[in-house]
Each structure stands twice: as structure tokens, then as C-alpha cells.
Write a protein that binds this ligand. Structure first.
Ligand SMILES: [Zn+2]
Length: 277
């Protein structure tokens, strides 16, 4: 027996049957035999790659047909040339034809020099879909770059779409992006917490904070079952580092305000109600 998987685009404007369909995959199996039951992983990867390729090429073609006109006057832009660009997705890498178009004459009439533009290049500037970027960075955060890359290649059709160095560069790129966001947050003026005066410590050079939820083993109708403990370490410019911890407000066990953890309070003289210091 043979299983024939076809893909057909139906945009609702024309007769889909008339436009025909594309054969995505043909799966051959011996008749009346269950020794090879269902799709194999390799077959699944191949089907996904073919479907992705068919879908993306149609989406790009239709998008380009709607983005090759001047935005001022609506005139069609003249074609200069085209080049191939590479798009990486979770279901494979594909080459896309990206046309370069001359700017409209309505712009040059105002004295501006004529130039060319590539709408598709601008639309997919990163050349990678957010899903693939997310998976690469997520697994590279748990595993060495090489193992993360090998894992993704094993379960997804990414033979030619990702590499060890590509994963490493992706992680570095996202890390730089996060660093920039943190720098922007630090540069902003601190806002006072509602109902609390913000205290600023000039001699603190670094503060590290961690948080965990503890679950009470015994059920109680009067107390919440979970409590949030926040702990951290402050490094000072001119004195020894200091450790602090407290129960977060409303975290349960009847905590209505921040309360220092007793053991750390004894060892490090944390005052009742002290936070973030
Ligand atoms: Zn124009």
C-alpha cells in the first residue's frame, strides 16, 4: 500500500482543484504487515520540511504580489534584479527569491536620488523564525551547544538549518539583547513602590536575589499552603558581604508583611521589615 500526502493551497479566490496540488510525500508499506507501523522519525521530518517549504513559498509569493507597488501613488515598482536569501525555520532551511525594486519616479521627481529596495529582506531581516530562535536558545541554555544542536537535528528537519556555531551565535545574540534591556532598565530612574518609601544604599556595589516557594506538608484551613521565601546577598564597597532573607508579603503562613528568616536574622542582624538592603 501507498500513502500519498498532497498539499493544496486554497486562498478562497479561485478554484483550488483547478490549480492542482503538490505531492508532499509518498509512504510505501508492505500490505498486511505491521512490522513498520506508522511514520518513522525520518519520514516525519521529511513531511514537515516539504509542507513548510510549500507553505512558505506560497506565503512569500502572495506577500510579494501585494508589496511591489509604491506606497505613495500605488504605481507598480520596476524590477531591478533578484537574489536568493535563506530563511531558517523549525521545519527546515529554505531559499527564497528576493526581488530588488527601483524606487518610484514620484519620489525622484522631488529631487531624491533613485535607489533600489528589497521588501522581502526588510520583512524578514533576521532570516530566522522566532520559534527556531526560541528552541535554539532554550536548549542551549540546558545543554552544551553541540548537544543542543544535535538534539534539535534529531527531532526536527534541521540538517542544514542549524549548526553548532549558529546556535552559539544565536545564544550570544539573545544574551546581548537581554543585557541591553537590563542596561536600559538600570538607566531608568527607580520608581517608588506604592505605599513605601524607597531607600537608596550608596555603598552597595552588587545585590543578588533568589526566590523559592515552600509547600507546607500539613493542610490548614487558616493558613495558605505555600510561602514565598526571598533570599539574597549584598556586596558592599567598604564592608563584608551580607546575606538576607525574608518571607514575601502575602506569601502565605499568615505573612502579611515581609518578615526576616530567623536563622539569617541571628547571623547577620537583619532587622524586622528590612528588604532589599
Ligand atoms: Zn510612486
Amino acid at each position: 500500500m501507498r500513502l500519498i500526502i498532497e498539499a493544496r493551497i486554497d486562498d478562497g479566490e479561485c478554484d483550488a482543484k483547478r490549480e492542482g496540488s503538490t505531492i508532499v510525500a509518498i509512504v510505501d508499506r508492505r500490505d498486511k504487515d505491521l512490522s513498520q507501523l506508522g511514520l518513522t522519525l525520518a519520514e516525519g521530518r521529511s513531511v514537515l520540511a516539504e509542507v513548510q517549504s510549500a507553505l512558505v513559498s506560497q506565503q512569500v509569493a502572495r506577500w510579494l504580489s501585494a508589496n511591489t507597488h509604491c506606497r505613495r501613488c500605488g504605481s507598480p515598482l520596476s524590477h531591478k534584479d533578484s537574489r536568493s536569501i535563506v530563511l531558517r525555520t523549525v521545519f527546515g532551511k529554505m531559499a527564497l527569491e528576493s526581488p530588488r525594486l527601483w524606487s518610484c519616479t514620484c519620489a525622484t521627481k522631488s529631487g531624491a536620488a533613485r535607489h533600489s529596495t528589497s521588501p522581502l529582506c526588510k520583512a524578514i531581516a533576521k532570516r530566522v523564525t522566532p520559534e527556531l530562535e526560541y528552541l535554539q536558545v532554550k536548549w542551549a541554555a540546558h545543554l552544551p551547544f553541540r548537544q543542543a544542536t544535535a538534539l534539535l537535528k534529531e527531532v526536527l528537519p534541521l540538517d542544514k538549518a542549524t549548526s553548532f556555531s549558529g546556535t552559539r551565535n544565536r545564544v550570544r545574540g539573545v544574551g546581548a539583547q537581554i543585557d541591553a534591556e537590563i542596561e536600559r532598565d538600570i538607566a531608568q530612574q527607580p520608581q517608588a513602590i506604592a505605599g513605601e518609601a524607597l531607600r537608596q544604599a550608596d555603598n552597595v556595589s552588587c545585590v543578588s536575589v533568589d526566590s523559592a516557594w515552600l509547600r507546607c506538608c500539613e493542610k490548614s484551613e487558616t493558613q495558605a499552603r505555600h510561602v514565598n521565601i526571598v533570599a539574597g546577598r549584598a556586596t558592599f564597597a567598604k564592608q563584608a558581604p551580607r546575606v538576607y532573607a525574608y518571607c514575601a508579603q502575602g506569601g502565605g503562613l499568615g505573612c502579611r508583611q515581609a518578615r526576616p528568616v530567623p536563622s539569617l536574622q541571628r547571623r547577620h542582624s537583619t532587622r524586622a521589615g528590612e528588604r532589599n538592603q
